[in-house]
Design a binder for this molecule. Sequence first.
Ligand SMILES: CC(C)(COP(=O)(O)OP(=O)(O)OC[C@H]1O[C@@H](n2cnc3c(N)ncnc32)[C@H](O)[C@@H]1OP(=O)(O)O)[C@@H](O)C(=O)NCCC(=O)NCCS
Length: 146
Amino acid sequence: MRFFIKQPETEDEFSHYYHFRWKQLRAPWNQPEGSEADEIEDQCFHLMAVDDSDIVIAVARLQYNSDSEAQIRYMAVAKKFERQGLGRKLIEAMQRQAKNSSHKIIVLDAREPAVGFYQKLGYKVVEKSYLLFDEIQHYKMEKEIS
Ligand SMILES: CC(C)(COP(=O)(O)OP(=O)(O)OC[C@H]1O[C@@H](n2cnc3c(N)ncnc32)[C@H](O)[C@@H]1OP(=O)(O)O)[C@@H](O)C(=O)NCCC(=O)NCCS
């Protein structure tokens, strides 16, 4: 499978990026379109993977919590492209970005089924965190990148 990782740049690319995020991470829980974005999007680093036809097949976002701490959020890979190394590629790109901007640690809140994925990439569980939509248990995880 061929895919390309890039930063969304145009209005059109951002619209496909957010739509994919909503479809994967919000629509299955009946959340309205718009609920997939927050108020700090313009301060974040965004990546998406597209296929040969330029269709979005994965997304992820890096936000900066402080000079030393960055946070990965809104990570999703389309079901039919799972387990083909796409998630790993996106996380590695996020880590490079965090390192280049002198951040020392990456934190994230993993959905319970994704904890094993992040563990594979070297993240450690810190504690049980919040319950999203009354059903998706999250776990705070972290990894030092310096
Ligand atoms: C979790 C998710 C991002 C993983 O992406 P992916 O592209 O399938 O992962 P990769 O193929 O890059 O996997 C990297 C490694 O983690 C392993 N892995 C992937 N998903 C896993 C899981 N759910 N549990 C345990 N290990 C997993 C892979 O087997 C692979 O191991 P290997 O390198 O030894 O072969 C993807 O399944 C997804 O989007 N899930 C639904 C939304 C979600 O949960 N997002 C995360 C919100 S915090």
